[in-house]
Design a protein around this ligand. Sequence first.
Ligand code: ATP
Ligand code: LTN
Length: 340
Amino acid sequence: MSEQPTTEKVEKKKVILSAIQPSGTITLGNYLGALRNWVKLQDDYNCIFAIADLHAITVRQDPQKFRQNILNAYALLLACGIDPEKSPVFIQSHVHTHAELAWLLNCYTQFGELSRMTQFKDKSQKYANNVNAGLFTYPILMAADILLYQADMVPVGADQKQHLELARNIADRFNSIYGKTFKSPEPYISRSGARVMSLQDPAKKMSKSDENVNSWVAVLDKPETVMKKFKRAVTDSDAVVKIGEGKDGINNLIGILSAVTGKTAEEIEFEFEGKGYGDFKTAVGEAVVEELKPIQNRFNDFINHKDYLEEQYKKGAEFALRISQRTLDKAMKKIGFIAK
Ligand code: ATP
Ligand code: LTN
């Protein structure tokens, strides 16, 4: 006899959605601030992940490199431990509802709100010759990504907090006009690795689109490259391995070592008491190399199985479309569009 459902309400797992742009090669910052946490969340939540390729064209991309970066990002997610059978992984441009909802939400977002986004301010300075409208409306597309899946939580690095607050404001505004349509998402920012800084300018976050290759470590960098980049990392003239004001470079390296080894900052300070920056940088480099080695091996395996990747991103897109279409239809109906 089949089991009777109990009167107890079956606890439904919360929905988690997150995405990463294939705007370059994925960095240690992306890994420690985002990807590594995604992997841990897979058992306890209904996770869905995306490669945000539509977001990436807010900055000019070379077509050939872009295509490669999209596929590499996909393979890297799996290599980090995302299981696409458990947590669908799709490519944003394969799911048309994203661009459609983004248009609708454009009309429920204020110019002033977008003007306050620090990422826009940073990027419009950095790409002063291409301050396109997409760079400005970028957070609206991100809000669409999230709201389409009625996500409860969005695991991201600390730099994305402002965008998430905007997504919540857009959801709340729409809901207050039309009644409950979208779930208001919560940010999920893990403490360790939330903000990895540039190795060359530790006042700035490590960013994969930084032209200075020494400023970031890529998850796929060869061991000797990783070691070289850490050895060149900007520090200070103090020669004391200790967290402190005006010691952004050392603070960052301690943060990285702590995120990778699980040791606390105090333990690290104690371990390196009386030792120079040379030894310390070598230790950070070696720990990062060890962390990345198994990921790189799995990546090489996945990237050589293009059929498998294709099968997974097609399945991911079908799944994503099914869920997201429901939300899009609901929102359009509420606004007053005539159903097809
Ligand atoms: P870009 O340089 O193109 O702006 P990015 O390196 O900032 O890209 P995104 O694709 O925008 O990376 O972000 C992917 C995820 O990685 C996000 O959750 C983001 O918060 C996180 N992330 C990005 N940079 C860092 C960093 N330096 N430290 C911690 N987390 C980060
Ligand atoms: N802008 C994001 C990438 C991104 C994203 C999303 C993150 C695009 N869509 C939806 C979380 C949820 C970033 O991390 N820079």
